[in-house]
Design a binder for this molecule. Structure first.
Ligand code: GLN
Length: 204
């Protein structure tokens, strides 16, 4: 099984490392022809406006949109989530997106004070969709993260922030059919549950 990581900009190298840890061959993707051999593709964190321009200039936008429609498993993290969302708030007017994931996201939605933070998520739903033992709270790093503001009916919630009193907080990881997405950076922590779920999806 070959999975790819979009390597135009952003922290793609950490995703490549994560797959290497899991013993899976992952390739850096920069050209349309490289999409054809893939069972799955990661859209990494970075800057969604820049990524959108680079996808256009490298000729990847249309071929990738076609692969998404055809069911290619894709995993968007942070800026990658923005690229997949049906609706983007506070985006740039010329910013393009694939619009294949039924969520509304607000770019940089955690404001200045919370621009970057680390926390532990309630990931019971993620565990339920993975084989193996539950892993407990999921450590997560947020870096100028998009905030998921609404979640459509076909979208499965996989992880949430936990409020100060233990109550349910924002949805931060979701799946809809072949699309997996996280507002945080799962490649920056040692917990590989999100990457494992993606590999299960890519193998289906
Ligand atoms: N704020 C960035 C954007 O809108 C995302 C930041 C990230 O990927 N760490 O693209």
């Amino acid at each position: 099984m070959t999975v790819g990581v979009l390597a135009l900009q952003g922290d793609f190298a950490k995703h490549l490392d994560a797959f290497a840890e899991l013993g899976v061959e992952a390739v850096a993707v920069r050209r349309p022809v490289e999409l054809d051999a893939l069972c799955g593709l990661v859209l990494p964190g970075g800057e969604s406006t820049t990524l959108s321009l680079l996808l256009d200039s490298s000729g990847l936008t249309e071929p990738l949109a076609e692969h998404l429609r055809a069911g290619l498993a894709v995993f968007g993290t942070c800026a990658g989530l923005v690229l997949l969302a049906e609706e983007i708030l506070d985006g740039r007017p010329d910013q393009r997106a694939f619009g294949v994931l039924g969520v509304t996201v607000r770019r940089n939605g955690y404001g200045r004070q919370l621009a970057s933070f680390e926390t532990e998520l309630d990931a019971a739903a993620l565990d339920a969709s993975l084989s193996g033992d539950p892993g407990g709270p999921l450590p997560a790093v947020f870096i100028r993260a998009p905030r998921i503001e609404t979640v459509g009916p076909g979208v499965e919630v996989l992880a949430r922030l936990v409020g100060p009193g233990g109550e349910d907080g924002d949805v931060v990881a979701v799946r809809e059919k072949n699309i997996l997405a996280a507002a945080f950076h799962p490649e920056l922590t040692a917990d590989r549950r999100m990457h494992r779920l993606f590999l299960e999806m890519a193998g289906e």
